[in-house]
Design a protein around this ligand. Sequence first.
Ligand code: BGC
Length: 744
Amino acid sequence: MILPAGSPCARRSLCAIVVLACVLLPSRLRSQEKPSAHPWMNTSLSPDERAALVLKEMTIDEKITLLHGTGMVGLSPMSPLSVHSNGGAGYVPGIPRLDIPAIQMSDAAYGVRSSGENGRYSTALPANVASAASWDIAAAYEYGALIGRELRAQGYNMTLGGGINLTREPRNGRTFEYLGEDPVLAGKMVGSVMKGLQAQHVIGDIKHYALNDQESGRNAVNITIDRRAARESDLLAFEIGVHESNAGAVMCSYNRVGGDYACENKYLLTDLLKKEWNFPGFVVSDWQATHSTAKASAAGLDHEEPGEIFYAETMKKAVASGTVPMAEFDEHVRRILRSMFACGVVDDPPVKSVVDVMGGLAVAQQIAEQSIVLLKNKQSILPLDAAKIHNIAVIGPHADVGMISGGGSAQVDPPGGNAIMPPGKGQTHWQDHIWFPTSPLRAIRAKAPSANVQFDSGADPASAAALAKSADVAVVFAYEWESEGMDLDNLTLPENQDALIAQVAAANPRTVVVLETGTAVTMPWADQVGGILEAWYAGSRGADAVANVLFGDVTPSAKLPMTFPRSVADLPHPEIVKPPRESTGGDWKRIAAGLPAFQVTYDEGVKVGYKWYDAENKPVLFPFGYGLSYTSYSYSNLAVARGKDGVQVSFTVTNTGVRSGAEIAEVYASLPAAAGEPPKRLVGWSKIPLNGGESKAASVTVDPNYLSIFNVDTNAWQLIPGDYTILVGGSSQSLPLKNSINLQ
Ligand code: BGC
């Protein structure tokens, strides 16, 4: 702190007190005490008014500063200013003269990234797809709020989480980072995550806009999809997410859509996002997804990351020559400033502090417990009764030490490093398989202290089967690792785990499989085992959550946010389209200049996930929205009526068992035949906690847009007049209640 000569602090004792107070007082109070001369620091003005006031005072160089990052090794040249970065993926210097703080961005999909290399700590929540399996809007808010708190504690004020690309292609290596295959579920859940995040005064970001549904050749691929199908599928998820949350930023993706790169695609960025959806925030490019200055600027890209190839000196020249009009240039700056004010990062800067480790673990465990899907429970093999079981075989790769996590820019670093490495030696590297130190073996031993619990890694299936044979129950932990930057070749468990499970189940049919996967997997052994749990990438406290479900301390309530097909042959595209060699990457200059495009056509259109299997009459392994419980539910009393805000769907759900639980009641609609839509679509849901024997009335208001089709000719949502069938039940394939309503 520099004290002006002649200030009251010239008297040393007073000075010391003031300095101490400044150090000890939270910055929120300090900023309240220090009346700023700047009119935009008046918090009673709107974010738009405040942004406009700052903009008037800025020089061209100050404006340029806000429009780009400061570099990243290997992706773009480094600016000397990057030394002030907080260690996250993006850093935008502030403008101290104007009291505009820096933007410190960090990836934070399921927790804050890079804590290892920065000497910090982050909680790993269950993967995003797991949180979608909870269908729990309040839990999604807590998910975002926890990440927001940890971002701030680590000195960041912007997240790069918020992945929402639909699971159109379940082999996409980032499926674990996204929120499943349905646009309404994904959009609503991301909206709530963003609200939780932004309530902590962190700028939220929804990504990757749009149609970046496979990783293979992502910097080159050109996606072709019919406009109506796009609006009703992937783009609808973004539309809902943006509307629900007021996210401060949207990240445009690497791929091309309809011939133009997403980050220079006027239809996506301006016509749709900014004009039709009234998105007031700024568009940030994915890292190295900017490919031009004038074209990108005119299309609506506001901010280049990670460096300054197109939006610094080149932008300055383009503005000077008029290639980029001054008003357009100012608009980029204004949007960034507006989000900074709207999200509170100017008035309430982050203060580095100790992460609430214990609080984070508790939240991670609660969300994991709500995310674990019970897929099979033959003869009620689960929950296990510790009092009656004497021998338990715990089998599976690394199930003695940890549980797997998802990789790439979403990777959260485990405390102590990779659990399968010697302590302190497990530094994480890009695309390593990272196991969190949450030990299934230990958690199961804690639940059954008087049982003999033995472990076998499964490396030799015969030895695992022999152990299983001698046990009362065998619990096999099977995994599939995924990451950004790759796609899976198929949906088969790696490392011969199908054979391992089959052999163990042959030795002891009282076998329960716990899956640690980020996407659907095929299960050739499904009929042979007694129980199956999908635990996803379960986060920092995954093992405790799984043990609580296995032993019945928690009654499972989650439902699948994606279809589990029987085979990859049933997918819309049995083979993923891989790029030719010239479109696979190269140095940053080649990528910036634009790689030769290769074509992927989403000819299944709107038929993503269950809509595909329904329309094609293909049986599935486990349907969308499916999940069992330790109790059972029945549905009755459906009433469907026109309401003030949409169609009002009311019904009763009864817990017909004795245990208390929570039922996710799903509401689907079949549109009139004239609409030409797949057989049904999800239009709402309600998660209802119920004690044993209890009945509750539930009510879901269906947004009229969710019943509409997108009319390309009028560029508007359109309700097709006719009879709509409303279906209600516990999974997309178990819908006992049905009623019609005529809508005009
Ligand atoms: C990813 C983004 C991420 C960015 C910054 C890119 O490779 O696609 O999701 O936010 O890197 O790390």
